[in-house]
Design a protein around this ligand. Structure first.
Ligand code: PGA
Length: 244
């Protein structure tokens, strides 16, 4: 795995956005795997700037988001559908019919999760996937204990994730307890993956992901099995790494 230590958040966002720009310029019909959370916002801001300056277009691209809270409708300000439109989709030319964000309000998730997997396969698989990481080592909402062979599924959120995400809600009680998420195996099928992390509260998760054993206690550790992954970190997130 490649590890890039960045000067700061701005630098990290610029480098990671560079991967998307390269990907879209080489393949305008690229299939992009997108993530929510605070971390990728800077990347999306760069992509919007590049779109506005005419350097890139999303007109032929397709996107798949990693996850969504169960129980939140698309127009809920904390839904990931809403977040992605605010942070990226409303500002670029990605066609609505090729934007896929898992739905949080389905009746039959057995069927829906398979439908989501089928859409990714039909699009030809994900070319470039961006990931954040939870302080508990999760990628998407694959919480500790999730089997590494998992595919898109519904999961219970860990208390640590509920606590971490409470900052976006009026109170902790408002944080949904369940989510739909791409599985670890779904994510690992992306042809190229980048994971972004900043800050001290990610340092343990980053150490476990890069230097720990591969296992379901830190689902990000499964990335060690992928041939093309780059971690973009700031010094604080990288502070517990011991290997060169
Ligand atoms: P964050 O979330 O970017 O808001 O820290 C990351 C995650 O939980 O995957």
């Amino acid at each position: 795995m490649n590890v890039v230590i960045c000067d700061d958040y701005q630098h990290m966002s610029q480098l990671a956005a560079g991967e998307f720009i390269e990907c879209l310029q080489a393949k305008p019909s690229a299939v992009l795997g997108l993530a929510t959370g605070s971390t990728p916002i800077g990347v999306y801001t760069h992509l919007i700037d590049q779109f506005k300056s005419g350097s890139i277009s999303f007109a032929e691209a397709t996107s798949f988001n990693l996850d969504e809270y169960i129980g939140l409708y698309r127009d809920h300000p904390q839904s990931y559908y809403y977040f992605m439109h605010q942070q990226l989709f409303n500002h670029v030319d990605l066609p609505g019919q090729r934007i896929f964000v898992p739905s949080g309000v389905e009746n039959d998730y057995g069927q829906y999760c398979q439908w989501y997997e089928d859409r990714i396969a039909e699009a030809g698989g994900i070319d470039l996937q961006i990931l954040g990481i939870g302080s508990d080592g999760h990628i998407a909402f694959n919480e500790p204990g999730t089997v590494l062979g998992s595919r898109t599924h519904v999961t219970e959120l860990d208390q640590q994730t509920i606590d971490d995400n409470a900052r976006f809600f009026a109170s902790k009680a408002d944080v949904p307890r369940r989510a739909i998420t791409m599985g670890v195996a779904t994510i690992l099928e992306a042809r190229k993956i980048m994971l972004l992390a900043t800050g001290e509260n990610k340092a343990v998760a980053i150490r476990d992901a890069l230097e720990g054993p591969v296992g379901s206690e830190c689902t990000a550790s499964a990335l060690q099995q992928h041939p093309d992954v780059t971690f973009y970190l700031d010094a604080a997130a990288a502070s517990l790494l011991t290997k060169e």
